[in-house]
Design a protein around this ligand. Sequence first.
Ligand code: FAD
Length: 413
Amino acid sequence: MTGQQHIVVIGAGQAAAQFISAYRQRGGESKITLVGDELDLPYQRPPLSKAYLKGEFDADRLSFKPQSFYDDSMAVCLLGEPAASINREQKVVTMTSGKTLPYDVLVLATGSRPRPLPSLPTSYDNVFSLRTRAESNELGAALSTAKHLTVIGGGFIGLEVAAISRSRDIPVTLLERADRLLARVTSPLVSDFFTRLHRRHGVNVHLSAEISEVRTDGNRVTHLALGDGQVIDTDIILVGIGGIANDELAKGAGVNCQDGIVVDDLGATNDPAIFAAGDCTRRPVPSGDLLRIESVYNAKEQADQIACHLTGSPSPVVDTPWFWSDQYDVKLQTAGLFNGYDEALPRGETDDAPFSVLYFKDERLIAADCLNDGPMFMTAKQILKTGAVIPKADLIDPAVPLKEIMAKAKAAG
Ligand SMILES: Cc1cc2nc3c(=O)[nH]c(=O)nc-3n(C[C@H](O)[C@H](O)[C@H](O)COP(=O)(O)OP(=O)(O)OC[C@H]3O[C@@H](n4cnc5c(N)ncnc54)[C@H](O)[C@@H]3O)c2cc1C
């Protein structure tokens, strides 16, 4: 698409900021309007459960770009304006305020929201979820006087908040319904490592935990009774049980959605005028599956793809998927997607970091979880990028120097 048309971007987050920047960098000339329901300009969410929550990251560093960037990019920002519906026939978006915006191209970047736990809604005074800057501020304030934290859900956000709380000596109980932590995103080897890590730091980790009763006093939850008869005395509670794609706007307009807006490699939906990027999408991955991927990498890659497509630029070099998490003194760095692996093997001793867990399918490396193991992370990224075939035996043998493997991986590119 070239020339003066109107692109409306709905959702002012990671994908939106990346799209605007990539589109202008590639010479895109269309008028852009950015519509966001939050009052903030697009900001980073990862620090909200890490350095920002700890108080070690200034609020003004959260924004990707200052207002002047959007002014210079000739992107009009309509913030605090939730979009309510899309009329695809007339190509018009209507806000909840009643305002309407005609578009030639629509980019949906509406993200995801925390999955609610019906028995523990955040309408209780002491129950929190964590997605926005405002929620991180509220949780941070509550933690500053907390006598105890109960985390519901052993996913990354819950574990990161548990680690920060323990660093402040706040007693933490963690309730996970599955029989291991991080069950949806990693292998048992890595789950077991994180269970041991948190227990070593004093977190009371309950696996296969079922909440059988929520006891309250006024608008506060005071106790959680578990299926095994234990009763947790609660002070503050964080519910972190995963995310739900914000795909209702698209669904309401008849855009193809399957728990997420279905897009192709270019971020295109089944409507040629509508694209989508980031947490709100369900996208194809090399294994052939359609996945929802909630990560910075995914939001950036899809936004870049759409920008390239709309400006007629060559497709960006596709980065290897990556992710990270910080807990205590451990940094997990993940390269690739482990879905569909047939073997998970450690490189190094899994008792303590550094070590890595490598995922193979048909003898080929498809992903790596690296714990305080930056060199293996970089090597895995390179192998996955160039498609180098490195013998499994070499990859899992710490005696084989990574420099050698890296050289082979580079040579394959
Ligand atoms: C606490 C936390 C920690 C994280 N840590 C990591 C990490 O360590 N590594 C990593 O890779 N990823 C991490 N993530 C995930 C990462 O932040 C997301 O994948 C990324 O923000 C997705 O970008 P997005 O643009 O799709 O969505 P978002 O950044 O969420 O932006 C979507 C925006 O759209 C708005 N919106 C929704 N509906 C409407 C509407 N109808 N009208 C107008 N606006 C609307 C939303 O309110 C939101 O502001 C973390 C996320 C959280 C919450």
